[in-house]
Design a protein around this ligand. Structure first.
Ligand code: SAH
Ligand code: SF4
Length: 413
């Protein structure tokens, strides 16, 4: 299936509100799901279903509830992708499942491994849309984080972010979110799910393309699958979700799944933040700080991470560091200082190394942990959070998508 067949459907459903800040993405990737089902001759993908939904799907075939756990373990603990391998099920049942269902993965369209061990995939979904997933090993290479995307593109247009410049946006389904992690595990052959201590792919960061809290239902559903003890069984404490600060959904997240929280702060004042992050006009700093303070389980042992991209002469002065310390006072937190990753056409420069170190030292003097995130996978353009590289190929496909969707440059602010 080509982009040409699907692009108009997505373009129709994305809308812009009066303030121009929030362009609501599709609430579900229905069109993509339909395309996938067509490709599978109407068979339903079992990945991404909640336990209840899986139970209902099996009940339609006349199967008893205890089958849910069996099938779940085969899919999520053993990682099988075909029903024939489910040896604890009768041959008849395996054939019946095969007739009605598929176990799908996003296609690992491109796979690149950096000299430092970082591995990046371009994942291609059934409708031809693509997003990137990155594995970032710890320094000792015995474990690491998988950086997962939640949307294709992003509607929030933070001024320093390349993802925000993409015009065609859709939510990823729960299957596509879980599928990224499963495909990454396929790449390393990490099945069945190891115990927590010996996992190579030990952590998940929802820091890829998109704003995860603008795709709330699918993201939370996917996270619930990832932590389920009968399957992938990743601890909630090994999952971190990064948000630009969608305040109401931060409260929901704390109540629904309570994974670790990272907040893209990037500025010490409303004045600066609103300039570089339009969402700040909707949810200003006072509200954001309140939501952080009230996030369940936040303590010195479980701190909020404030991400802070270092932008030359925008947010990197000594005064900014001091103001920042005042802003977050009383919140158990640490900072993560991110050198700005420039992209062609971006209006910013990265602060100098001296400045970044000085900023980090100042915060440390004021009592905060503020490490500098060292760029990883530079040779394969694997910067997590700026996932779409500005390669010639991608620029061409963006242009193509724009033309197909009937969008001219004038439509985009
Ligand atoms: N939408 C979410 C998660 C994805 S972005 C969010 O904004 O938090 C992951 C991180 O990368 C965010 O902190 C984001 O601000 C940061 N980021 C985006 N573009 C960047 C760039 N060009 N250089 C460095 N960091 C960037
Ligand atoms: Fe979206 Fe996050 Fe990029 Fe902002 S920084 S445009 S919220 S992906």
């Amino acid at each position: 299936m080509t982009d040409a067949a699907t692009a108009p459907a997505f373009a129709e459903t994305n809308s812009t509100t009066d303030d121009g800040i929030e362009k609501l993405p599709l609430q579900a990737s229905d069109a993509a799901t339909r395309v996938a089902a067509a490709a599978d001759h109407g068979k339903r993908d079992l990945i991404g279903l909640s336990r209840e939904e899986l139970g209902a799907a099996l009940a339609e075939l006349g199967e008893k509830p205890f089958r849910v756990k069996q099938v779940w373990q085969w899919i999520y603990n053993r990682g099988v992708t075909d029903f024939a391998s489910m040896s604890s099920l009768s041959k008849d049942l395996r054939a019946k499942l095969d007739e009605h269902f598929v176990i799908r993965r996003p296609v690992r369209q491109v796979e690149q491994t950096s000299e430092d061990g970082t591995r990046k995939w371009l994942m291609r979904f059934a409708d031809g849309k693509e997003a990137e997933t990155v594995y970032i090993p710890d320094m000792d290479q015995t474990r690491g984080s998988v950086c997962i995307s939640s949307q294709v593109g992003c509607t929030l247009t933070c001024k320093f972010c390349h993802t925000g410049t993409q015009l065609l946006v859709r939510n990823l389904s729960s299957a596509e979110i879980v599928g990224q992690f499963m495909a990454a595990r396929d790449s390393y052959g990490e099945w069945p799910s190891p115990t927590d201590e010996s996992r190579l792919l030990s952590n998940i960061v929802m820091m890829g393309m998109g704003e995860p809290l603008y795709n709330y239902d699918n993201v939370v559903k996917a996270l619930k699958i990832l932590v389920d003890g009968d399957g992938i069984a990743l601890s909630r404490r090994r999952i971190t979700l990064s948000t630009s600060g969608v305040v109401p959904e931060m409260y929901r997240l704390g109540a629904d799944i309570n994974v670790n929280l990272a907040v893209s702060l990037h500025a010490p004042t409303d004045e600066i933040r609103s300039r570089i992050m339009p969402i700040n006009k909707k949810y200003p700093l006072a509200e954001l700080m309140k939501a952080c303070r009230e996030y369940p389980g936040v303590s010195n042992a479980r701190r909020i991470t404030f991400e802070y991209v270092m932008l030359k002469d925008v947010n990197d002065s000594d005064a900014d560091a001091r103001e920042l310390a005042r802003l977050v006072k009383g919140i158990p937190c640490k900072f993560n200082l991110i050198p700005f990753n420039a992209w062609p056409g971006s209006a910013f420069e990265c602060s100098s190394w001296n400045r970044i170190h000085r900023f980090s030292d100042l915060l440390a003097d004021l009592g905060f942990t503020a490490p500098i995130r060292m760029p990883r996978g530079r040779d394969i353009l694997a910067a997590c959070g700026q996932l779409k590289s500005a390669s010639e190929r991608e620029r061409k496909s963006l242009l193509k998508a724009r033309l197909e969707a009937g969008i001219t440059d004038d439509d985009h602010d």
